[in-house]
Write a protein that binds this ligand. Structure first.
Ligand SMILES: [Zn+2]
Length: 198
């Protein structure tokens, strides 16, 4: 990974017996043992909670809806503007630029939807990692610094404009992920305190 980027990354890939968790050399070199463990737990969360299958299902559904919309929009455009376009059917090869243009517009429109789903999945993996490792194997400070280091190496904005976040962020923002660490710790203290009551 270090040949292509300075950003540290890890991912889980493959389905069934080919499932693999990959930790980048950029990650192994820059992160402490606790931080590496926390990233590993996050990736395990993707695996254990079947996020790959959810992602595949979402992609399949969105592609089907996109293909349906593509057909309807193109049919209408060709009927309405056939004189200006200079062709009367999508079977005409001259329609290719129009098809690609509408594909582009539709995928742009779909991006915020898939990003919102992705952010939910990522938060779920973060929760899994917190539950599995913090504080027994990873201190909450190390969990928080993992996110900070990831953000720094990727040069990402810790607290982007809400519109930019809505459109382009496939992961929760750095500030949100750090806040989740402390929120989880506070929630646990709260429930512990309550279970201490007679
Ligand atoms: Zn993830």
């Amino acid at each position: 990974m270090s040949r292509q980027t300075r950003a540290a990354n890890a991912f889980v890939t493959g389905l069934g017996p080919t499932a693999t968790i990959a930790l980048g050399d950029t990650l192994l070199e820059n992160f402490s043992e606790e931080e590496t463990l926390f990233v590993m737990a996050h990736e395990m969360g993707h695996y254990v909670r079947h996020h790959l299958w959810i992602g595949l299902a979402v992609a399949a559904i969105m592609t089907a809806i996109g293909a349906f919309l593509l057909q309807r929009i193109l049919d209408r455009l060709v009927i309405r503007y056939s004189a200006r376009l200079g062709y009367g059917a999508l079977a005409d090869i001259a329609s290719l630029p129009l098809i690609l243009f509408v594909v582009g517009v539709l995928s742009l429109a779909g991006e915020p939807i898939s990003n919102a789903i992705s952010r939910t999945i990522e938060t779920d993996a973060d929760r899994f990692a917190l539950q599995l490792t913090v504080p027994a194997d990873v201190s909450p400070e190390a969990a928080a610094s993992t996110f900070e280091r990831l953000g720094q190496l990727a040069l990402s904005d810790p607290n982007p404009n809400p519109v930019a976040r809505f459109l382009f962020w496939s992961h929760p923002t750095l500030d949100e992920r750090v806040a989740l660490v402390w929120q989880t710790m506070a929630d646990r203290k709260h429930t512990e305190a309550r279970s201490d009551l007679p």
